[in-house]
Design a protein around this ligand. Structure first.
Ligand code: NAD
Length: 360
């Protein structure tokens, strides 16, 4: 297969970890006979420095023409001035909007070798494998909002959660299709006992599941209960779908289960067109340039890219297996290792992944 992949390395450790994910993708291309063409473009702080814009037009154009996009991270203290005309994060928000990326996928998988790094007990989290679908372009973060001054000197502020039927349908469908390829269970999280917008989610989701996915196990959980269940029985979930704000909070809560930020990838997808794949961590300016950044989240994001944008499931699974084997061999970057134990740098741990891939 031939695929055009746009790289958006960004700032801080972004370029360091992206370069390692490219080495892994190149190895996959050689091993499985694919032709991946990489085109690197600017986003974030580096794009502001060079063009004054966090998302230059030629980056947007290249992304729109691509099959998939791999992003490192954006931001850093250099661009933190609150009075600045634009900020690196503006580039991220704009690219999601330009590409119509309405679904954010976040797999939460615990690696047996790393479970002791989690704040939760081994018996609770070992074997957890959840795929979250968070709606990304609607709801409370995008509905009408404002602040008004009241005659008595107080202020009144409001934010509104707004969803349409089709916005709910498309993400529930996407999540249910993913569940069909996994353990065939979908959990929809809402607050339908209180919120009108949640009642639309509940009705619409129930209809889609009954009409189009009667073969799947389907359950509905209130968001407050879900916050507890994620910590008490994370293994009982397969695919979880929810609205923008609930997803924002629950995925951050869930990201604590595996115990390390450096292992978690994410993807943002639209109805058609390229998907955007990235690690969930930021640009880690405190360790940028030191060669110790953990590239595994970005390498796992590359595996998601193969699975979701190029339909290369075998290749995606090969990367995930290689990463698991490297951890099983005891290889650790500094963020994963207990203090005083030997560690590998960004390039050295990727070398191990490549060795392991050769044997898959
Ligand atoms: P961060 O994720 O960059 O770093 C938090 C801590 O985790 C730091 O100590 C860092 O060294 C460590 N860390 C993160 N990724 C690591 C990796 N791969 N290997 C080893 N250690 C790792 O979050 P932050 O410090 O809050 O933010 C730094 C900058 O990144 C800010 O400018 C923020 O706005 C930006 N940010 C960008 C994104 C994104 O691009 N999607 C996401 C979050 C934060």
């Amino acid at each position: 297969m031939k695929a055009n992949i746009v790289l958006l390395p960004g700032d801080g450790i972004g370029p360091e970890v992206t370069a390692q994910a490219v080495r892994v993708l190149e190895s996959i291309a050689r091993k499985f006979g694919h032709d991946f063409v990489f085109l690197s473009k600017k986003i974030g702080g580096i794009a502001i420095d060079e063009t004054g814009d966090a998302l230059p037009q030629d980056t947007t154009d290249a992304c729109k023409k691509s099959d998939a996009i791999l992003l490192g991270a954006v931001g850093g203290p250099k661009w933190d001035d609150p009075n600045a005309k634009t900020r690196p994060e503006a580039g991220l928000l704009k690219i999601r909007k330009e590409l119509g990326l309405f679904a954010n996928l976040r797999p939460i998988v615990t690696f047996t070798e790393l479970v002791d790094a989690s704040p939760l007990k081994r018996e609770i989290i070992e074997g957890t494998d959840i795929l979250f679908f968070r709606e990304l372009t609607g709801g409370l973060y995008f509905g009408p909002s404002g602040t008004e001054d009241l005659p008595d000197g107080q202020q009144r502020a409001y934010s509104t959660a707004v969803y349409t039927t089709s916005e709910v349908e498309r993400i529930v469908r996407m999540a249910a299709e993913a569940a069909r390829k996994r353990r065939r269970k979908l959990t929809m999280v809402d607050k339908a006992n209180v919120l009108e917008a949640s009642r639309l989610w509940r009705r619409t989701s129930a209809r889609i599941m009954k009409e189009e996915f009667p073969d799947l196990e389907y359950e509905v959980v209130l968001v407050d209960s879900m916050a507890m269940h994620l910590l008490s029985r994370p293994k009982s979930f397969d695919v979880v779908v929810t609205s923008n704000m609930f997803g924002d909070i629950l995925t951050d809560e869930a990201s604590m289960l595996p115990g390390s930020l450096g292992m978690l990838p994410s993807a943002s997808l639209g109805s058609n067109g390229p998907g955007l794949y990235e690690p969930i961590h930021g640009s880690a300016p405190d360790i940028a340039g030191t060669g110790i950044a953990n590239p595994l989240a970005t390498i796992l994001a590359a595996a998601m890219l193969l699975r979701h944008s190029l339909s290369l499931e075998t290749e995606a699974a090969a990367i995930e297996t290689a990463v698991k084997k490297v951890l099983a061999q005891g290889c650790r970057t500094a963020d994963l290792a207990p203090k005083g134990t030997p560690t590998l740098g960004t390039i050295a741990i990727t070398d191990k992944v490549l060795e392991s891939l050769d044997k898959v």
